[in-house]
Design a protein around this ligand. Sequence first.
Ligand SMILES: [Zn+2]
Length: 343
Amino acid sequence: MKDSSKYVSVVISALLICLSAGFFSFSLSCSQPGEPMQEEMSASGEAPDVDANQTDSGQEAGNTVCPHQLFNIDVALGHIKELCVNIGCRPAGTEAEGRAAEYIKGVFSSIGYEKIYEQGFPLDNGLTSRNIYVLDEGSDPDQVIIIGAHYDTRGGTGSPGANDNGSGVATVLELARIFRVNDNVPTLLFVTFGSEEILAGYDRDCHHFGSRYLADHLAELKGNVIGMISVDMVAAGSYPVANSTLLCSRTLLDLFVAFAGAQGVFPTFIQDPGWSDHESFEARGISSFWAEYREDIYYHLPQDNYDNVNPVLLNRMGSLLQGFIESIDQADCQVLDSVSNYR
Ligand SMILES: [Zn+2]
């Protein structure tokens, strides 16, 4: 996949200029029929809202039904800025990680999720962390696909984690906004994980606390988890990658690669040893993959900052994941159900 086209660069540059100049007046988020409108959050440090009139279908926005939503790069960049500039480094269990969790809760609320789940868990260093998640019911509510990203940063590195993993969190938050309006067949569980990174000063196996905790408690969820996508480091590098540990079926990854190929995007398949949150679910028998770009030359360095985020890549992966999730139909769900066996 080529990094940029002149047209895309010009459009994104114009959008960024408009955003920085404050030309967008963010409005109320959309409500689905029968649901109350949610008022936007306006206090400092809270969620940016979006232009509810965004559409690619020419549908008119009614009083209660929103047009088809698209990935909004400006909103996604706003999330990264809040996480890595205003909050900064977010090591597991710290006050800063907690502030990031509160920000994420505010975003989920501002885009209309009335029920926001918090799942606390202990860390080996005696501190605690938490997962934050919401559910968007699909037309087949018994089938559940998890879309997740970690919001902590690696302690002791000075990295504010713009790409790792503000980019993934921003993507998950944008997809949660989009699919609250757009149709989807499987139920979607949008989660941001606490404590993915190896705890500073601890053993190399002291990581993935958040995703392992959720994966250990899937039986408590309503519905049947048939897949998981980890979005981690999607705004730096030069080529797209789809990773799997191959601890279980790679069906979901194959579906993604096929969908991407039809769009002219060809992710490299890498069998990784479990360097992101997909590992927790593949180890439990859930068909999963990790979407990312490589190589990030500022990985776990202080230069993994907002200035080094590539909006073209972020927009491309966010839009690709949106299209992929929208493409998952009943037949795909049945195949995923047959290969994902929770253990
Ligand atoms: Zn990461």
